[in-house]
Design a protein. Structure first.
Length: 244
């Protein structure tokens, strides 16, 4: 009984702390860290209820959040890679960014990114909407299962806190989306790369058969593209999966 009380308090604190402190972040990794604390609150709530439905909701929440989180970080890596060919004219970024760390560190670095690569921007948007629990994405069904299990066992107060923190946390997810779609970016393509063409030789029996050229524009590797596409489609089309 005491352990359940600790779980209950931990769930409540995780929901509140993760949501409130997440609103103050301008570094994207810290934002995701506090977001994880908030989502941990939902999983602890499911464990606290300790019913068959709540355990099922806990397992599903853990799986869907792991997939969404994996997709988000892969997307950030891909976005950072895509910006290597661009010069950032925002002087403030030079003082705030650690050059030895990952290329995407600030939310402001995503300004106007939709106009640079719409595919990655849309994929990240779908993932963020799932984090926020917006229907009909996978994250919505996970939160719905937790709330349903909580209401059945009489955890009305925690359910209200969960709904409230979920709505508030949607603010910082939507802020990232707004930054990508509606803000102007400060990136310019390196002039030296505009007309650069990379030669490649086609060999047969150690003899040159043909010579082709590739342009220098950013392109995702096939494995990375497939991974992002599959994870994004799972998040987006989960509602179409048949129910037994």
């Amino acid at each position: 009984m005491v352990s359940l009380q600790y779980l209950l308090i931990s769930s409540l604190l995780s929901l509140i702390i993760g949501t409130v402190l997440g609103l103050t972040q301008f570094r994207i990794k810290r934002l995701f860290a506090y977001s994880t604390i908030s989502h941990l609150g939902f999983m602890l709530l499911a464990l606290t209820i300790n019913s068959v439905e709540s355990i099922q909701s806990f397992i599903f929440y853990l799986i869907q959040y792991s997939l969404s989180n994996l997709n988000a970080f892969i997307l950030l890596v891909a976005i950072g890679y895509s910006l290597y060919a661009y010069n950032d004219k925002n002087i403030n970024h030079n003082y705030l960014i650690d050059k030895n760390n990952s290329p995407i560190q600030l939310i402001s670095q995503l300004k106007g990114y939709f106009h640079i690569n719409s595919f990655l921007a849309l994929s990240l948007t779908i993932t963020l909407f799932s984090f926020a629990g917006i229907p009909p994405l996978m994250g919505f069904f996970a939160k719905q299962m937790v709330f349903s299990a909580a209401l059945q066992e009489g955890f009305i107060f925690l359910t209200l806190i969960g709904v409230l923190t979920s709505v508030i946390s949607a603010v910082y997810y939507l802020f990232i989306v707004k930054t990508m779609f509606f803000d102007g970016h400060s990136y310019t393509y390196f002039s030296s790369l505009k007309d650069l063409r990379i030669p490649a030789l086609i060999l047969k029996n150690n003899k040159v058969v043909n010579k082709i050229y590739f342009d220098s524009k950013f392109a995702l590797s096939s494995s990375l593209s497939i991974t992002i596409s599959i994870l994004t489609l799972i998040i987006l089309l989960f509602m179409l999966m048949p129910n037994e």
